[in-house]
Every structure is written in structure tokens, then in C-alpha cells.
Design a protein around this ligand. Structure first.
Ligand SMILES: [Fe+2]
Ligand SMILES: [Fe+2]
Length: 278
């Protein structure tokens, strides 16, 4: 396989017609992909680890290199689309994501997008980022796990369903509920994964206004959790279930890497991907 084909496979599995802005071949070493180190995060030490293990390629989930790093903020458009699918108006969705988009745009602008690319070039390794597509694969797995769950079920039943997914069942992967009330009726559920990042309290609030009872995020900042908890204490309806960052990222990445393996590539799972087994 060529590195471009490995990236295209992620898009194909997610049902995307083109590669999202947060994913790219960051360095094409013109070597066929035979053995790849796959990891959720990556630094130059991981590139050396790949080299030492005889890999020709590094597949990174988080958008850390090249155009995926520079252009990450553009995929927040997908968060807007997910909100609209959950009956938030387009205008409200854009408004609720505005601060986040601006923060991400400036972070991207200030980022060191060349560091890993340079390392891969010096070591002669193929390097690629696959972010939104594996997250979309993971989102679809989560949505399927919740199929048929009634709106009157408690949040604990939502958690129980999601724990059927092997990665999320890992003994060290905690779910956090905001507010901490497992018996609260879950209502309509919005799985807000594969929108670039979590939408924080602002996006959750917009979803609650649209009648969503439970927003599922894979991570959430403590500051946003405090805001949401205070809102619930003041009588606001709706809550968030946070499923755990790396275990949840591993769902889509593991499924994608299974497909890469089926194409005849040897995959070394590192940085969470081996730990949160499937
Ligand atoms: Fe992810
Ligand atoms: Fe992530």
C-alpha cells in the first residue's frame, strides 16, 4: 500500500467523500507501507521508536503534523452539522461554536506543525494523521450501541450500553456524569463525537435548548463541567456523559487499523491503542 491509500481507507470507512482538513499525509517517504506504528499522540521519540521497531510508517490519530495541524479548526464545521442533525438551528449552532472556533484557529496558527514532519523526513518515515474519519467510525459504533434505548431510561442505562464497547469497558476508563445523577432520565441522546473536539458548555447548552436530554462527549474541561453542574443545580434540564478521551478515541482507530491490517500491513499499536483492546 502507498501512504495515500492508507489515508483514503479511513475516509472510505467513515463514508467521507474527501479527506477532512484535520487529516493528511504529512510526509511521504516514497516507501511502500509494510509496517506501521499507530498511536493516538506522537512526538519525535515515537518516531524513533517506530524506526527502532523496523516500521516504515507512523499513523497518528491527533492532528499534530503538517496541514492537519494548521487547518484543524476547519473541521469544527462538522460539529455544527451534528448539532443541526439534533435540531439546533444553523444560526444557533454557529453562534454556540464561535468562541471555540476562534480559539482553535489561533491555536492552529501558533502551532509547531513542522516538528514531526521534519522528524519523519530526517528518519525516512511515512507520516500521516487520520483524525475525523476514525472518530466518525467510533461515533457510529457508539450510536449503534445505544440503538433502541428508551428516553425514560436512566443515564446509568446509557453508560451500561456504552460499556459493552470493549475499549470503553477497560478497568481504568471512567465515565463522568455532569450532573452526577445516574438515575436522571436520559431523554434524547446526542453523541457529540467526531466534531473536531468537544463543544464544551456552550454546545451542550444549545443542544439542551433543542430538547436533548443527554449529551455524550469523550472529554470535557473541568471549567465547563463546573458551569454545567451549576446550571443543573439552578434547575436547568439536561446533562453530559463523558466517556473518557483515549479509550473512546481507540474505538474508531482500532476499527480503522483492523482494516489496514486486512490490506496486508503489519500494525504495531502504541499509545493507548494496544491498551484499550477491542
Ligand atoms: Fe479522536
Ligand atoms: Fe482525541
Amino acid at each position: 500500500m502507498k501512504i495515500n491509500d492508507v489515508l483514503a481507507l479511513a475516509d472510505e470507512l467513515a463514508g467521507f467523500g474527501r479527506t477532512p482538513a484535520d487529516s493528511c499525509v504529512a510526509h511521504d517517504a516514497s516507501e511502500p507501507v509494510k509496517k506501521a506504528l499507530a498511536t493516538i499522540n506522537c512526538d519525535t521519540g515515537d518516531l524513533l521508536l517506530a524506526k527502532q521497531l523496523g516500521c516504515d510508517t507512523v499513523i497518528v490519530h491527533h492532528p499534530l503534523a503538517g496541514s492537519a495541524r494548521r487547518e484543524f479548526h476547519r473541521v469544527l464545521q462538522r460539529m455544527v452539522e451534528l448539532m443541526v442533525e439534533h435540531h439546533v438551528s444553523g444560526e444557533r449552532a454557529i453562534n454556540a461554536t464561535e468562541r471555540l472556533r476562534e480559539r482553535c484557529r489561533f491555536n492552529d496558527h501558533a502551532s509547531d506543525w513542522d516538528h514531526l514532519v521534519s522528524g519523519a523526513r530526517l528518519l525516512g518515515l511515512n507520516l500521516m494523521n487520520a483524525h475525523l474519519a476514525p472518530d466518525e467510525i467510533g461515533r457510529q459504533v457508539m450510536v449503534k450501541a445505544l440503538e433502541g434505548l428508551g428516553e425514560h431510561e436512566p443515564v446509568s442505562a446509557v453508560a451500561e450500553r456504552l460499556r459493552q464497547i470493549p475499549e470503553l469497558a477497560h478497568e481504568f476508563n471512567d465515565f463522568i456524569e455532569v450532573p452526577d445523577d445516574p438515575m436522571r432520565q436520559c431523554g434524547r441522546i446526542a453523541v457529540m463525537h467526531a466534531g473536531g473536539t468537544n463543544g464544551g458548555a456552550d454546545v451542550a447548552q444549545a443542544l439542551f435548548e433543542a430538547g436533548i436530554g443527554t449529551v455524550i462527549y469523550i472529554h470535557l474541561s473541568g471549567d465547563d463541567a463546573i458551569r454545567l453542574r451549576e446550571r443543573a443545580e439552578a434547575g436547568g434540564l439536561g446533562g453530559v456523559l463523558v466517556t473518557g478521551h483515549f479509550a473512546t478515541d481507540a474505538i474508531g482507530m482500532n476499527a480503522y487499523l483492523d482494516a489496514v491490517e486486512k490490506k496486508g500491513v503489519e500494525v504495531v499499536r502504541h499509545g493507548g491503542l494496544g491498551t484499550f483492546a477491542h
